[in-house]
Write a protein that binds this ligand. Structure first.
Ligand code: S3P
Length: 440
Protein backbone atom coordinates (compact mmCIF):
# COMPACT_ATOMS: atom_id res chain seq x y z
CA UNK A 1 0.00 0.00 0.00
CA UNK A 2 1.18 3.53 -0.69
CA UNK A 3 1.43 6.23 1.95
CA UNK A 4 -1.75 8.01 0.83
CA UNK A 5 -3.87 4.85 1.00
CA UNK A 6 -3.13 4.38 4.70
CA UNK A 7 -3.41 8.08 5.59
CA UNK A 8 -5.68 8.97 8.49
CA UNK A 9 -8.07 11.94 8.69
CA UNK A 10 -8.89 13.76 11.89
CA UNK A 11 -12.38 15.23 12.05
CA UNK A 12 -13.78 17.56 14.70
CA UNK A 13 -17.34 18.21 15.80
CA UNK A 14 -19.35 20.87 13.96
CA UNK A 15 -21.91 23.41 15.20
CA UNK A 16 -23.81 23.25 11.98
CA UNK A 17 -23.57 22.66 8.24
CA UNK A 18 -24.12 25.13 5.47
CA UNK A 19 -23.38 25.38 1.78
CA UNK A 20 -23.99 23.79 -1.60
CA UNK A 21 -22.64 20.36 -2.54
CA UNK A 22 -22.52 18.73 -5.97
CA UNK A 23 -21.51 15.07 -5.47
CA UNK A 24 -19.81 13.15 -8.31
CA UNK A 25 -21.80 11.47 -11.05
CA UNK A 26 -23.62 8.32 -9.98
CA UNK A 27 -21.34 5.31 -9.68
CA UNK A 28 -23.87 2.79 -10.97
CA UNK A 29 -24.94 4.86 -13.97
CA UNK A 30 -21.30 5.67 -14.83
CA UNK A 31 -20.38 1.94 -14.94
CA UNK A 32 -23.34 1.22 -17.20
CA UNK A 33 -22.65 4.03 -19.66
CA UNK A 34 -18.94 3.10 -19.77
CA UNK A 35 -19.78 -0.50 -20.66
CA UNK A 36 -22.56 0.24 -23.15
CA UNK A 37 -20.60 3.15 -24.70
CA UNK A 38 -17.68 0.74 -25.28
CA UNK A 39 -20.02 -1.67 -27.08
CA UNK A 40 -21.77 1.02 -29.15
CA UNK A 41 -21.12 1.62 -32.84
CA UNK A 42 -19.38 5.02 -32.59
CA UNK A 43 -18.32 7.69 -30.11
CA UNK A 44 -20.09 8.10 -26.74
CA UNK A 45 -19.43 11.34 -24.83
CA UNK A 46 -20.10 11.39 -21.11
CA UNK A 47 -19.96 14.34 -18.74
CA UNK A 48 -20.14 14.32 -14.92
CA UNK A 49 -18.72 10.78 -15.01
CA UNK A 50 -17.97 9.48 -11.50
CA UNK A 51 -14.55 10.57 -10.23
CA UNK A 52 -14.48 7.45 -8.02
CA UNK A 53 -11.81 4.80 -8.56
CA UNK A 54 -14.44 2.08 -9.16
CA UNK A 55 -15.74 3.62 -12.39
CA UNK A 56 -12.21 4.15 -13.63
CA UNK A 57 -11.56 0.42 -13.05
CA UNK A 58 -14.39 -0.29 -15.50
CA UNK A 59 -12.90 2.09 -18.09
CA UNK A 60 -9.49 0.43 -17.65
CA UNK A 61 -11.04 -3.02 -18.25
CA UNK A 62 -12.67 -1.79 -21.44
CA UNK A 63 -9.32 -0.29 -22.55
CA UNK A 64 -7.62 -3.66 -21.93
CA UNK A 65 -10.09 -5.08 -24.46
CA UNK A 66 -9.12 -2.57 -27.13
CA UNK A 67 -11.56 0.30 -26.47
CA UNK A 68 -10.01 3.75 -26.88
CA UNK A 69 -11.00 6.08 -24.03
CA UNK A 70 -10.06 9.74 -23.53
CA UNK A 71 -10.60 10.79 -19.96
CA UNK A 72 -10.37 14.08 -18.10
CA UNK A 73 -10.89 12.58 -14.66
CA UNK A 74 -11.14 15.84 -12.73
CA UNK A 75 -13.67 17.36 -15.11
CA UNK A 76 -15.53 14.05 -15.44
CA UNK A 77 -15.42 14.24 -19.24
CA UNK A 78 -15.02 10.88 -20.94
CA UNK A 79 -14.95 10.09 -24.65
CA UNK A 80 -15.38 6.43 -25.51
CA UNK A 81 -14.63 5.17 -29.00
CA UNK A 82 -17.11 2.29 -29.05
CA UNK A 83 -15.98 -0.83 -30.91
CA UNK A 84 -19.43 -2.32 -31.52
CA UNK A 85 -21.11 -5.25 -29.77
CA UNK A 86 -18.77 -7.73 -31.45
CA UNK A 87 -15.64 -5.59 -31.59
CA UNK A 88 -13.93 -6.26 -28.25
CA UNK A 89 -10.45 -7.77 -28.43
CA UNK A 90 -9.11 -10.63 -26.31
CA UNK A 91 -7.39 -9.08 -23.26
CA UNK A 92 -3.67 -9.81 -23.06
CA UNK A 93 -3.69 -9.59 -19.24
CA UNK A 94 -6.03 -10.18 -16.32
CA UNK A 95 -8.83 -7.61 -16.24
CA UNK A 96 -8.69 -5.69 -12.95
CA UNK A 97 -12.04 -4.73 -11.38
CA UNK A 98 -10.21 -3.14 -8.42
CA UNK A 99 -12.63 -2.82 -5.48
CA UNK A 100 -15.75 -2.81 -7.65
CA UNK A 101 -18.41 -5.48 -7.25
CA UNK A 102 -20.51 -3.75 -9.91
CA UNK A 103 -17.61 -3.89 -12.39
CA UNK A 104 -16.80 -7.57 -11.90
CA UNK A 105 -20.42 -8.74 -11.85
CA UNK A 106 -21.70 -6.64 -14.75
CA UNK A 107 -18.62 -7.24 -16.91
CA UNK A 108 -19.14 -10.97 -16.34
CA UNK A 109 -22.32 -10.68 -18.40
CA UNK A 110 -20.31 -9.29 -21.31
CA UNK A 111 -17.26 -11.58 -20.96
CA UNK A 112 -19.48 -14.67 -20.78
CA UNK A 113 -20.67 -13.97 -24.33
CA UNK A 114 -17.34 -13.36 -26.07
CA UNK A 115 -15.60 -15.59 -28.63
CA UNK A 116 -12.32 -15.16 -26.68
CA UNK A 117 -11.00 -16.21 -23.29
CA UNK A 118 -10.58 -13.76 -20.42
CA UNK A 119 -9.87 -13.60 -16.69
CA UNK A 120 -11.21 -10.94 -14.33
CA UNK A 121 -10.04 -10.35 -10.75
CA UNK A 122 -9.83 -7.48 -8.27
CA UNK A 123 -8.46 -6.48 -4.88
CA UNK A 124 -8.54 -8.41 -1.56
CA UNK A 125 -12.12 -7.34 -0.86
CA UNK A 126 -13.30 -8.55 -4.30
CA UNK A 127 -11.57 -11.89 -3.72
CA UNK A 128 -13.95 -12.46 -0.76
CA UNK A 129 -17.17 -11.48 -2.51
CA UNK A 130 -19.69 -14.07 -3.72
CA UNK A 131 -19.88 -14.50 -7.49
CA UNK A 132 -21.88 -17.74 -7.67
CA UNK A 133 -25.02 -15.61 -7.94
CA UNK A 134 -23.83 -14.26 -11.29
CA UNK A 135 -22.04 -17.42 -12.51
CA UNK A 136 -25.12 -19.66 -12.12
CA UNK A 137 -27.48 -17.87 -14.53
CA UNK A 138 -24.68 -17.26 -17.04
CA UNK A 139 -23.85 -21.00 -17.05
CA UNK A 140 -27.54 -21.68 -17.70
CA UNK A 141 -27.27 -19.43 -20.75
CA UNK A 142 -24.42 -21.60 -22.06
CA UNK A 143 -21.38 -19.70 -20.78
CA UNK A 144 -18.24 -21.46 -19.64
CA UNK A 145 -16.91 -19.94 -16.40
CA UNK A 146 -14.38 -21.14 -13.84
CA UNK A 147 -13.91 -19.66 -10.36
CA UNK A 148 -12.05 -20.27 -7.12
CA UNK A 149 -13.63 -22.31 -4.35
CA UNK A 150 -17.09 -21.09 -3.34
CA UNK A 151 -17.46 -19.20 -6.64
CA UNK A 152 -14.89 -16.54 -5.65
CA UNK A 153 -12.79 -14.50 -8.11
CA UNK A 154 -10.68 -14.62 -10.23
CA UNK A 155 -13.32 -15.62 -12.77
CA UNK A 156 -12.11 -17.39 -15.93
CA UNK A 157 -14.21 -17.20 -19.09
CA UNK A 158 -13.73 -19.63 -22.00
CA UNK A 159 -14.71 -18.61 -25.53
CA UNK A 160 -18.31 -19.26 -26.62
CA UNK A 161 -19.97 -19.18 -30.03
CA UNK A 162 -23.49 -18.43 -28.77
CA UNK A 163 -25.65 -18.12 -25.66
CA UNK A 164 -29.31 -19.05 -25.14
CA UNK A 165 -31.91 -16.72 -23.65
CA UNK A 166 -33.33 -17.88 -20.28
CA UNK A 167 -35.99 -16.92 -17.78
CA UNK A 168 -34.29 -16.54 -14.43
CA UNK A 169 -35.72 -15.74 -11.00
CA UNK A 170 -33.12 -14.06 -8.81
CA UNK A 171 -32.87 -15.81 -5.42
CA UNK A 172 -31.55 -12.55 -3.86
CA UNK A 173 -32.57 -9.11 -5.14
CA UNK A 174 -29.50 -7.73 -6.95
CA UNK A 175 -29.32 -5.06 -9.62
CA UNK A 176 -25.78 -6.16 -10.48
CA UNK A 177 -26.85 -9.73 -11.22
CA UNK A 178 -29.98 -8.61 -13.09
CA UNK A 179 -27.76 -6.33 -15.19
CA UNK A 180 -25.21 -9.05 -15.96
CA UNK A 181 -27.96 -11.34 -17.24
CA UNK A 182 -29.47 -8.56 -19.40
CA UNK A 183 -26.05 -7.70 -20.87
CA UNK A 184 -25.49 -11.38 -21.72
CA UNK A 185 -29.06 -11.39 -23.07
CA UNK A 186 -28.04 -8.88 -25.77
CA UNK A 187 -25.82 -11.62 -27.24
CA UNK A 188 -28.16 -14.57 -26.62
CA UNK A 189 -30.58 -16.30 -29.00
CA UNK A 190 -34.20 -15.48 -28.14
CA UNK A 191 -35.67 -13.81 -25.11
CA UNK A 192 -33.88 -13.32 -21.79
CA UNK A 193 -36.11 -12.52 -18.81
CA UNK A 194 -35.12 -11.67 -15.24
CA UNK A 195 -37.66 -11.85 -12.41
CA UNK A 196 -36.79 -10.11 -9.15
CA UNK A 197 -38.01 -10.95 -5.63
CA UNK A 198 -38.08 -7.19 -4.98
CA UNK A 199 -37.63 -4.31 -7.43
CA UNK A 200 -34.01 -3.11 -7.63
CA UNK A 201 -32.44 -0.05 -9.25
CA UNK A 202 -33.34 0.12 -12.94
CA UNK A 203 -30.41 2.07 -14.41
CA UNK A 204 -29.49 -0.76 -16.79
CA UNK A 205 -33.00 -0.93 -18.22
CA UNK A 206 -33.09 2.86 -18.74
CA UNK A 207 -29.58 2.97 -20.21
CA UNK A 208 -30.23 0.04 -22.58
CA UNK A 209 -33.27 1.90 -23.95
CA UNK A 210 -31.20 5.03 -24.54
CA UNK A 211 -28.62 2.96 -26.44
CA UNK A 212 -31.48 1.69 -28.65
CA UNK A 213 -32.26 -1.74 -27.14
CA UNK A 214 -35.92 -2.71 -26.80
CA UNK A 215 -36.55 -3.52 -23.12
CA UNK A 216 -39.89 -4.93 -21.97
CA UNK A 217 -40.71 -4.27 -18.34
CA UNK A 218 -43.18 -5.38 -15.69
CA UNK A 219 -42.94 -4.32 -12.04
CA UNK A 220 -40.51 -7.07 -11.09
CA UNK A 221 -39.76 -8.53 -14.49
CA UNK A 222 -37.64 -7.36 -17.39
CA UNK A 223 -36.87 -8.87 -20.81
CA UNK A 224 -34.59 -8.24 -23.77
CA UNK A 225 -34.45 -10.13 -27.07
CA UNK A 226 -31.21 -11.11 -28.69
CA UNK A 227 -29.04 -11.07 -30.48
CA UNK A 228 -29.07 -7.27 -30.55
CA UNK A 229 -27.61 -5.93 -33.82
CA UNK A 230 -26.09 -2.66 -32.69
CA UNK A 231 -26.01 -0.05 -29.89
CA UNK A 232 -26.36 3.63 -30.77
CA UNK A 233 -23.67 5.85 -29.21
CA UNK A 234 -24.85 8.48 -26.71
CA UNK A 235 -24.07 11.93 -25.37
CA UNK A 236 -25.09 11.89 -21.75
CA UNK A 237 -24.57 13.86 -18.53
CA UNK A 238 -24.54 11.46 -15.56
CA UNK A 239 -26.85 12.46 -12.67
CA UNK A 240 -25.19 13.02 -9.27
CA UNK A 241 -24.82 10.01 -7.00
CA UNK A 242 -27.62 9.75 -4.39
CA UNK A 243 -25.58 7.28 -2.32
CA UNK A 244 -22.78 9.86 -2.09
CA UNK A 245 -25.31 12.64 -1.44
CA UNK A 246 -26.67 10.42 1.39
CA UNK A 247 -23.70 11.29 3.64
CA UNK A 248 -24.54 14.98 3.44
CA UNK A 249 -28.31 14.46 3.50
CA UNK A 250 -27.94 12.58 6.78
CA UNK A 251 -25.41 15.11 8.09
CA UNK A 252 -27.83 17.92 7.24
CA UNK A 253 -30.66 16.08 9.00
CA UNK A 254 -28.53 15.80 12.18
CA UNK A 255 -28.41 19.59 12.66
CA UNK A 256 -31.56 21.63 13.30
CA UNK A 257 -30.54 24.78 11.47
CA UNK A 258 -28.45 23.42 8.62
CA UNK A 259 -28.66 25.19 5.31
CA UNK A 260 -27.50 22.55 2.92
CA UNK A 261 -28.32 22.22 -0.77
CA UNK A 262 -27.40 19.16 -2.84
CA UNK A 263 -27.29 19.75 -6.57
CA UNK A 264 -28.02 17.54 -9.57
CA UNK A 265 -28.86 14.39 -7.59
CA UNK A 266 -30.48 11.31 -9.13
CA UNK A 267 -34.08 11.14 -7.94
CA UNK A 268 -34.71 7.83 -9.71
CA UNK A 269 -37.53 6.35 -7.56
CA UNK A 270 -35.46 3.18 -6.96
CA UNK A 271 -32.73 5.37 -5.40
CA UNK A 272 -34.62 8.23 -3.71
CA UNK A 273 -36.12 6.19 -0.85
CA UNK A 274 -33.75 7.89 1.61
CA UNK A 275 -35.77 11.09 1.20
CA UNK A 276 -38.95 9.29 2.35
CA UNK A 277 -37.16 7.82 5.36
CA UNK A 278 -35.63 11.17 6.36
CA UNK A 279 -39.03 12.88 6.08
CA UNK A 280 -40.58 10.11 8.19
CA UNK A 281 -37.89 10.76 10.81
CA UNK A 282 -38.84 14.44 10.89
CA UNK A 283 -36.07 15.97 8.75
CA UNK A 284 -37.04 18.88 6.52
CA UNK A 285 -36.50 17.99 2.87
CA UNK A 286 -37.41 20.14 -0.10
CA UNK A 287 -36.95 19.41 -3.78
CA UNK A 288 -36.09 22.72 -5.41
CA UNK A 289 -35.86 21.64 -9.05
CA UNK A 290 -36.51 18.44 -10.99
CA UNK A 291 -35.87 17.33 -14.58
CA UNK A 292 -35.87 14.18 -16.70
CA UNK A 293 -32.52 13.14 -18.16
CA UNK A 294 -32.94 10.20 -20.51
CA UNK A 295 -35.46 8.51 -18.20
CA UNK A 296 -33.50 9.33 -15.02
CA UNK A 297 -35.01 12.01 -12.75
CA UNK A 298 -32.51 14.56 -11.47
CA UNK A 299 -33.08 17.30 -8.91
CA UNK A 300 -31.80 19.74 -6.30
CA UNK A 301 -32.48 18.90 -2.67
CA UNK A 302 -32.47 21.15 0.40
CA UNK A 303 -32.14 19.50 3.81
CA UNK A 304 -32.17 20.44 7.45
CA UNK A 305 -32.91 18.78 10.78
CA UNK A 306 -36.33 18.86 12.45
CA UNK A 307 -37.67 22.33 13.26
CA UNK A 308 -37.98 21.28 16.93
CA UNK A 309 -37.16 18.20 18.98
CA UNK A 310 -35.17 15.15 17.94
CA UNK A 311 -35.41 13.05 14.80
CA UNK A 312 -37.79 10.13 15.25
CA UNK A 313 -36.44 6.58 15.22
CA UNK A 314 -37.74 4.09 12.64
CA UNK A 315 -37.43 0.58 11.23
CA UNK A 316 -36.12 -0.41 7.80
CA UNK A 317 -37.20 -3.79 6.44
CA UNK A 318 -38.00 -5.60 3.19
CA UNK A 319 -38.12 -3.40 0.12
CA UNK A 320 -36.78 -0.31 1.93
CA UNK A 321 -33.72 -2.25 3.07
CA UNK A 322 -33.05 -3.39 -0.52
CA UNK A 323 -33.33 0.19 -1.79
CA UNK A 324 -31.15 1.64 0.99
CA UNK A 325 -28.54 -1.09 1.38
CA UNK A 326 -25.65 1.31 0.50
CA UNK A 327 -27.04 4.03 2.81
CA UNK A 328 -27.30 1.87 5.95
CA UNK A 329 -23.78 2.76 7.23
CA UNK A 330 -24.65 6.48 7.41
CA UNK A 331 -28.25 5.81 8.53
CA UNK A 332 -26.86 3.79 11.45
CA UNK A 333 -24.93 6.92 12.46
CA UNK A 334 -28.04 9.07 12.11
CA UNK A 335 -29.94 6.56 14.27
CA UNK A 336 -27.77 7.48 17.29
CA UNK A 337 -29.16 11.03 17.40
CA UNK A 338 -32.80 9.97 16.89
CA UNK A 339 -35.19 9.52 19.82
CA UNK A 340 -35.81 5.76 19.75
CA UNK A 341 -32.99 4.54 17.47
CA UNK A 342 -33.27 2.44 14.34
CA UNK A 343 -33.83 -1.19 13.56
CA UNK A 344 -32.28 -2.51 10.33
CA UNK A 345 -33.95 -5.76 9.25
CA UNK A 346 -33.61 -8.12 6.24
CA UNK A 347 -30.09 -6.75 5.71
CA UNK A 348 -27.96 -9.93 5.45
CA UNK A 349 -26.54 -8.53 2.17
CA UNK A 350 -24.57 -6.04 4.30
CA UNK A 351 -22.29 -8.95 5.22
CA UNK A 352 -21.06 -9.37 1.62
CA UNK A 353 -20.39 -5.75 0.65
CA UNK A 354 -16.92 -4.12 0.46
CA UNK A 355 -16.57 -5.20 4.11
CA UNK A 356 -18.92 -7.12 6.41
CA UNK A 357 -20.79 -3.90 7.08
CA UNK A 358 -22.73 -5.26 10.06
CA UNK A 359 -19.38 -5.97 11.77
CA UNK A 360 -17.83 -2.67 10.59
CA UNK A 361 -20.76 -0.55 11.80
CA UNK A 362 -21.14 -2.29 15.17
CA UNK A 363 -17.36 -2.19 15.82
CA UNK A 364 -17.10 1.55 15.13
CA UNK A 365 -20.31 2.57 16.89
CA UNK A 366 -19.05 0.68 19.97
CA UNK A 367 -15.73 2.55 19.70
CA UNK A 368 -17.78 5.78 19.89
CA UNK A 369 -19.62 4.52 22.98
CA UNK A 370 -22.82 3.19 21.37
CA UNK A 371 -23.89 -0.33 22.33
CA UNK A 372 -25.74 -1.80 19.36
CA UNK A 373 -27.27 -5.18 18.91
CA UNK A 374 -25.73 -7.25 16.11
CA UNK A 375 -27.97 -9.79 14.39
CA UNK A 376 -27.32 -12.30 11.60
CA UNK A 377 -29.32 -10.20 9.13
CA UNK A 378 -29.22 -6.72 10.59
CA UNK A 379 -28.68 -4.58 13.63
CA UNK A 380 -30.42 -2.34 16.13
CA UNK A 381 -28.91 1.04 16.99
CA UNK A 382 -30.18 2.85 20.11
CA UNK A 383 -31.18 6.52 20.04
CA UNK A 384 -30.37 9.51 22.29
CA UNK A 385 -26.68 8.66 22.31
CA UNK A 386 -23.75 10.93 23.08
CA UNK A 387 -21.02 10.02 20.61
CA UNK A 388 -17.40 9.98 21.82
CA UNK A 389 -14.57 10.85 19.44
CA UNK A 390 -12.65 7.64 18.67
CA UNK A 391 -10.23 5.91 16.32
CA UNK A 392 -12.33 4.50 13.51
CA UNK A 393 -11.37 1.39 11.55
CA UNK A 394 -12.63 1.93 8.00
CA UNK A 395 -12.06 -1.76 7.19
CA UNK A 396 -10.87 -0.39 3.82
CA UNK A 397 -14.54 0.28 3.01
CA UNK A 398 -15.36 3.68 1.49
CA UNK A 399 -18.87 3.91 2.90
CA UNK A 400 -17.71 3.03 6.42
CA UNK A 401 -14.98 5.72 6.32
CA UNK A 402 -17.45 8.39 5.14
CA UNK A 403 -20.28 7.36 7.50
CA UNK A 404 -18.00 7.72 10.52
CA UNK A 405 -16.61 11.02 9.28
CA UNK A 406 -20.24 12.20 9.53
CA UNK A 407 -20.49 10.69 13.05
CA UNK A 408 -17.41 12.75 13.98
CA UNK A 409 -19.40 15.94 13.38
CA UNK A 410 -21.59 15.09 16.40
CA UNK A 411 -18.89 13.53 18.63
CA UNK A 412 -17.23 14.95 21.71
CA UNK A 413 -13.50 15.27 21.03
CA UNK A 414 -11.65 14.36 17.86
CA UNK A 415 -12.28 11.38 15.64
CA UNK A 416 -9.50 9.78 13.62
CA UNK A 417 -10.50 7.77 10.55
CA UNK A 418 -7.90 5.15 9.69
CA UNK A 419 -7.25 4.41 6.01
CA UNK A 420 -9.57 7.34 5.32
CA UNK A 421 -8.57 7.65 1.66
CA UNK A 422 -10.53 4.56 0.72
CA UNK A 423 -13.36 7.12 0.33
CA UNK A 424 -11.88 7.79 -3.13
CA UNK A 425 -13.43 4.51 -4.32
CA UNK A 426 -16.64 6.48 -4.81
CA UNK A 427 -16.05 10.07 -3.63
CA UNK A 428 -12.48 11.46 -3.82
CA UNK A 429 -13.64 15.01 -2.97
CA UNK A 430 -15.56 13.92 0.14
CA UNK A 431 -13.32 15.23 2.96
CA UNK A 432 -12.63 18.57 1.26
CA UNK A 433 -16.36 19.05 0.80
CA UNK A 434 -17.05 18.11 4.42
CA UNK A 435 -14.53 20.65 5.72
CA UNK A 436 -15.99 23.34 3.46
CA UNK A 437 -19.55 22.98 4.78
CA UNK A 438 -18.83 22.21 8.45
CA UNK A 439 -19.39 25.33 10.61
CA UNK A 440 -17.31 25.20 13.77
C1 S3P B 1 -25.38 -1.68 -7.51
C2 S3P B 1 -26.31 -2.52 -6.93
C3 S3P B 1 -26.33 -2.81 -5.49
C4 S3P B 1 -25.50 -1.82 -4.71
C5 S3P B 1 -24.16 -1.58 -5.33
C6 S3P B 1 -24.33 -1.02 -6.73
C7 S3P B 1 -25.46 -1.44 -8.96
O1 S3P B 1 -25.76 -4.10 -5.26
O2 S3P B 1 -25.36 -2.24 -3.37
O3 S3P B 1 -23.39 -0.67 -4.56
O4 S3P B 1 -24.81 -0.49 -9.47
O5 S3P B 1 -26.18 -2.17 -9.64
P1 S3P B 1 -26.56 -5.48 -5.50
O6 S3P B 1 -26.58 -5.74 -6.96
O7 S3P B 1 -25.77 -6.52 -4.77
O8 S3P B 1 -27.92 -5.28 -4.93
Amino acid sequence: MTQTQVATRTILAARNLSGTVAPPGDKGISHRYAMLGSLAAGVTKLTHYSSGADCHSTLACMQTMGVRVESDREKGEITIHGVGLRGLQAPQRVLDAGNSGTAIRMLSGILAAQPFASVIAGDESIARRPMARVIKPLLEMGANIGAEEGGRPPLRFSPVTSLQGITYTLPVASAQVKSAILLAGMYAQGETTVEEPQPTRDHTELALRNFGVEVRRGRQRVSVSGPVAELQPQEYRIPGDPSSAAFFLCAGAMFAGSELVLQEISLNPTRAVLLDVLRRMGAQIEILHIEDRGGELVGTIQVSGPARGRLRGTTLAGQETVALIDEIPVLSVLATVSDSGMDFQDAAELRVKESDRIVSIVHNLRAMGVECEERRDGLRVPGEQTLRGARINSFGDHRIAMAFAIAALKAQGETVIEDAECASISYPEFYDTLERIAQR
